[in-house]
Design a protein around this ligand. Structure first.
Ligand SMILES: C[S@@+](CC[C@H](N)C(=O)[O-])C[C@H]1O[C@@H](n2cnc3c(N)ncnc32)[C@H](O)[C@@H]1O
Length: 274
């Protein structure tokens, strides 16, 4: 599959997920986007770009940080995600320039932005090194870039996903390619940014806890994420057996309160353009 076909697949997936995206009641994209913006440290008056903005998990914290004298551009491959972002911006009275497509020096002005963020995006890209180098070139000298990706999950969560990984999807995602190559370790993710021409690179993981009543709730929640593709790849007749496997895989995470306490390490990688 060539890169443009893969990107079309990503756009189609998120067009499909857009209505329920980040509306599951589980704090997930919101805290990750807010923390990414905090670590990337935009300042009042900055010109900011949020790549793969989705429904705005990082975009709206950027709007708050740059204030009325700043400017925020949100770019996404998925028109449906940006429709929801536009509606949210209107509801909040927030000024956001929403652009459907890819962020690169061919589509946006190079050497311009003070801050670029991409929260949970780069592992969907078929050519992450080239794509990231393009994002760095959009920064002015001294501008800052921040990426969030995923580190490891706890062992029970990993075992539950392993039951799904037996049926790998056709589209790149955080759970398959997103855990290998340049996304495998903090050092590898930092090296990706250095190779893209950035300096002052910091890459570290921070834990995020997800609390759910049971395995069925895990299924319902993960169906609202990119993980949906993994569920979609399971043949119908094998679904009951997969669910049973997942139920017992998640059991070690049950706490004294009777609920499942799952932990995802979220990787934050920040850098500057020299
Ligand atoms: C997991 S969502 C994250 C959305 C948002 N940043 C958040 O944290 O909620 C990934 C988003 O990135 C978009 N995307 C993936 N690759 C992209 C690319 N190369 N350029 C622009 N958008 C991209 C998808 O369409 C999707 O909306």
């Amino acid at each position: 599959m060539d890169p443009s076909e893969r990107r079309a697949g990503v756009a189609a997936l998120f067009d499909h997920l857009a209505p329920g995206y980040d509306r599951s009641g589980v704090p997930w994209f919101g805290p990750i986007g807010a923390r990414l913006v905090e670590l990337t440290a935009p300042r009042p008056g900055d010109r900011a770009l949020d790549v793969g903005a989705g429904r705005g998990a990082a975009t709206f914290p950027l709007v708050d940080a740059v204030g009325p004298t700043g400017h925020v551009t949100a770019v996404d491959l998925s028109p449906a995600m940006l429709e929801h972002l536009r509606a949210e911006a209107e509801g909040r009275g927030a000024r956001v320039e929403a652009v459907v497509g890819e962020a690169s020096p061919d589509t946006l002005p190079a050497d311009t932005f003070d801050v670029v963020t991409a929260s949970l995006v780069l592992f969907f890209d078929p050519q992450p090194a080239e794509t990231l180098a393009g994002w760095v070139r959009l920064l002015r000298a001294g501008g800052r870039i921040g990426l969030s990706t995923f580190g490891p999950t706890d062992a029970a969560w990993a075992a539950a996903e392993a039951a799904l990984m037996a049926y790998p999807p056709q589209v790149l995602d955080a759970r398959t390619t997103g855990r290998s190559g340049p996304f495998a370790t903090t050092d590898a993710t930092a090296a990706l940014l250095e190779a893209a021409g950035a300096t002052e690179v910091d890459s570290h993981d921070e834990p995020l806890e997800v609390i759910l009543p049971d395995a069925e709730a895990w299924r319902a929640w993960t169906m609202t994420l990119g993980l949906r593709q993994l569920w979609a790849a399971v043949p119908d007749r094998e679904l009951p057996a997969v669910l049973t496997r997942i139920e017992s895989a998640l059991e070690p995470d049950r706490g004294d309160d009777g609920r499942l306490h799952l932990t995802q390490q979220v990787r934050y990688t920040t850098a500057a353009r020299p």
